[in-house]
Design a binder for this molecule. Structure first.
Ligand SMILES: C[S@@+](CC[C@H](N)C(=O)[O-])C[C@H]1O[C@@H](n2cnc3c(N)ncnc32)[C@H](O)[C@@H]1O
Length: 259
């Protein structure tokens, strides 16, 4: 039985099956917690964004040397673009951040490190785990160890398009406004448009709204962020962070909300 389990795991690249069962698995929570402690130790004195990127990009944790399950944080961002974006975050020290698209927690890690030490960060992702999409609830203890002592992270494992999710965000923010909205969830035209329309009203005047994947993707991909970005960017003061080695993905577009 155990053998069959591991064979299946191997076929599914070790992720999907574990993600299905681990919400009730104390063992995995423990692994993630210990992994979080290791990452904290490795990153605690680092303030340089590039060094932190390298740490997180190469991060691996195994409970035992021969353990089959390795905790990693796959980065879904191009290094140069992320560094420039996080430089902006670092300068403005935002107190209220909303991220749509938690995934493996790569961008969340950088938000915690460079936001205000008392920041409130809300991060949204779907409750259903698919390969490289969303995360298991067992990973929350790992993500929680990212935060600085007085920061608070709110994990919403929900569809960002649902009315109840918008209500949750409103409740968390109370009367405060967002300094930063980072949209990196549903990459279809309608999906990104809905996220923009639903959550941009929560952003304060002069706050920023950033979109990931503004570079034109291959037609067969379902990513249409570039179309939406091109439709709205001229209405705002905007900036594009795009590395020149264009590989048909990534690119961060940032607008400043003027009212
Ligand atoms: C590209 S990943 C985010 C990467 C992450 N920001 C990073 O760079 O570390 C996109 C994520 O958006 C999530 N997503 C897609 N549609 C969504 C929706 N409607 N609501 C919430 N999350 C969604 C996916 O599950 C996936 O985990």
């Amino acid at each position: 039985m155990i053998n069959l389990f591991w064979r299946l795991q191997k076929r599914l690249k070790g992720r999907i099956l574990l993600d299905c069962v681990d919400s009730i698995n104390f063992y995995l929570r423990l692994i993630y917690f210990l992994a979080g402690l290791k990452l904290k130790k490795l990153s605690i004195n680092l303030r340089n964004i590039e060094d932190l990127y390298d740490i997180i990009d190469s991060f691996q944790y195994k409970l035992f040397k021969k353990s089959r399950y390795t905790v990693t944080v796959m980065m879904h961002q191009k290094k140069e673009e992320l560094i420039e974006f996080i430089e902006l975050i670092k300068k403005s020290k935002p107190k209220f951040i909303l991220e749509i698209g938690t995934s493996e927690g790569g961008t969340l890690f950088f938000f915690t490190k460079f936001a205000n030490p008392k920041a409130k960060i809300i991060t949204i992702d779907l409750p259903i785990i698919r390969s490289y999409a969303s995360y298991s609830p067992a990973k929350i203890p790992f993500f929680k160890l990212y935060r600085l002592k007085k920061q608070k992270i709110h994990f919403l494992r929900k569809d960002s398009h649902q009315t109840s999710t918008i209500k949750n965000v409103k409740k968390i923010l109370k009367n405060s406004k967002l300094d930063v909205l980072f949209i990196d969830g549903d990459h279809t035209y309608e999906g990104v448009k809905q996220d923009f329309e639903n959550f941009s009203p929560f952003v304060r005047r002069n706050g920023i709204i950033a979109f990931h994947d503004i570079v034109e993707h291959l037609p067969e991909s379902n990513c249409k962020v570039s179309q939406f970005w091109n439709d709205i960017k001229d209405n705002y003061e905007y900036k594009e962070l795009i590395t020149r080695n264009n590989e048909n993905w990534a690119g961060i577009g940032i607008i400043t909300k003027d009212k």
